[in-house]
Ligand binder design. Structure first.
Ligand code: NAD
Length: 436
């Protein structure tokens, strides 16, 4: 068990109030780390450090920052296995997923932004004989970076790397549920004050960061309700905001789709990381002629997923991040039954053997719900739970898909190229709900 400290000015610093939160291993229910329950005092120290580092860091050359970030990527790569195992214990995700997706993509983020900063160019426009308009970018200052628990390292580096590349210093507030992986990253970030981390809860540590007058920009990834709070808190301060919020993504499968490919990808896109990925498809709409076959085979495939100890290679479905989250996901399965749905596979917590101590739920496929008018089709569940609903026409599929307040992503399956473009252009993703 590790006791974490905040990372301020390149040093590990205990929280001002000396209070810690237990961070549990979701697979065992045991304490995996003691996480500082930081407050505004800790946030202020971190912002001061980031502000002190800003003038010299923002004046470094791009080549310098790029080389440093490549070094961070190399060090992370050397420790890939260590990070993958820790992230699995921290979040409950299968270690194979952390090993092949999360950590490699975190490494990629540092390399990508290290390269892009060297190759950046801007447009200029000319107003005949009068003016030349050109873009000159400056580093904005201290960036407040707030990340969720579902891809702990990947999503955090998706913020840290561009901030570093742009010459910004930063104060990060990783999720209180998965701080251990973020804390490990501190050991390979060596420039004092450039990246600082304050651990703790949203209200105690996240909110003071959002409202801090010396933090001109906030990059947040997390739930839609939290995003709304951040909008409200940041608006009177005129901060720059980047918000990546929740999803209730539709997968539309037409009868002419490559059936096996659509099925295989749907299983993966619905249940990877226990369905705890913002882009997971959670509403599957299937054209009537193939609905029965698709549903039956999807339920059978869900039953075959290996729910187990996430640190063991071969496990495909690990534990949900916390007991509270498990209760939330289970409550939606109960609600689906109450709203008239039928559970074809899964539908229950795993209560046998060693897994009973962890927060495991079986991959769940539900049919028989109204396409639009019920809470289960409208609210983000963020677990291994999908609804499958038939549709008759293209227009109906689009109407069903566009019926939620979320707009993060969608996918569609057809072998008809014209239809693919026609339908894709009508899907309201990336335009509402704070989507990417
Ligand atoms: P969350 O909104 O509860 O928490 C996200 C982060 O915000 C955490 O670090 C939390 O401590 C902090 N926070 C909470 N309240 C705050 C406040 N008032 N002020 C400042 N910070 C605060 O989300 P979560 O449960 O950690 O993550 C799951 C959610 O994230 C899901 O809705 C999922 O769809 C979404 N998500 C979106 C994307 C995307 O790219 N769109 C990616 C991953 C996850």
């Amino acid at each position: 068990m590790k006791t974490l400290a905040n990372f301020i000015d390149g040093k590990l610093v205990a929280p001002a109030e000396g209070i810690y939160i237990d961070s549990l291993n979701p697979a065992t229910g045991e304490v995996n780390g003691k996480v500082p329950d930081s407050t505004a005092k800790d946030v202020n120290l971190a912002v001061e450090a980031a502000n002190r580092a800003f003038p010299s860091w923002s004046k470094t050359t791009r080549a310098y920052r790029s080389a440093l970030m490549i070094k961070v990527a190399d060090l992370l790569e050397q420790k890939l296995e260590e990070f993958a195992l820790e992230e699995s214990k921290d979040q409950g995700k299968p270690v194979s997923l952390a090993r092949t997706v999360d950590i490699p993509r975190a490494i990629y983020n540092f390399r990508f932004f290290a390269n892009s900063i060297l190759n950046r160019h801007e447009k200029a426009t000319e107003l005949d004989g009068i003016a030349l308009n050109y873009v000159h970018r400056t580093s904005a200052g201290v960036a407040g970076l707030i990340s969720p628990w579902n891809l702990p390292l990947y999503l955090l580096t998706w913020k840290i790397a561009p901030a570093m590349a742009a010459g910004c210093t930063s104060v990060c507030k990783p999720s209180e549920f998965t701080s251990v992986t973020a804390w490990m990253l501190c050991s390979i970030l060596n420039e004092a004050g450039v990246v600082n981390m304050v651990f703790g809860t949203g209200p105690n540590a996240g909110a003071p960061l959002v409202s801090h007058p010396d933090v001109p920009l906030i990059s947040f990834t997390g739930g839609t309700a939290t995003g709304e709070l951040i909008y409200k808190a940041a608006a009177p301060l005129n901060k720059k905001l980047s918000l990546e919020l929740g999803g209730k993504n539709a997968n539309i499968v037409f009868a002419d789709a490559d059936f096996d490919e659509a099925l295989k990808t749907t299983v993966n896109s619905s249940f990877a990381n226990q369905g705890e990925i913002c882009l997971c498809g959670s509403r599957i709409f299937v054209e009537k002629p193939i609905f029965d076959r698709f549903t039956k085979e999807l339920a059978a495939a869900a039953d075959k997923l290996v729910v187990g100890n996430p640190t063991v290679t071969g496990t495909t479905t690990g534990a949900l991040v916390s007991e509270q989250h498990l209760a939330k996901v289970a409550s939606y399965i109960d609600l689906a039954r109450a709203e008239g749905g039928t559970v074809l596979s899964g539908g229950s917590r795993v209560t046998d053997g060693a897994l009973a101590r962890g927060f495991f739920i079986r991959p769940t496929v539900i049919v028989g719900l109204p396409a639009i008018d019920c809470r289960v089709q409208q609210e983000e569940i963020f677990g291994p739970v999908v609804t499958v609903t038939p549709f008759d026409t293209e227009d109906e599929a689009v109407r069903f898909a566009n019926s939620t307040k979320y707009g993060l992503s969608a996918s569609l399956w057809t072998e008809n190229g014209k239809r693919a473009h026609r339908v894709a252009q009508q899907l309201q993703v990336s335009v509402r709900g704070g989507g990417s």
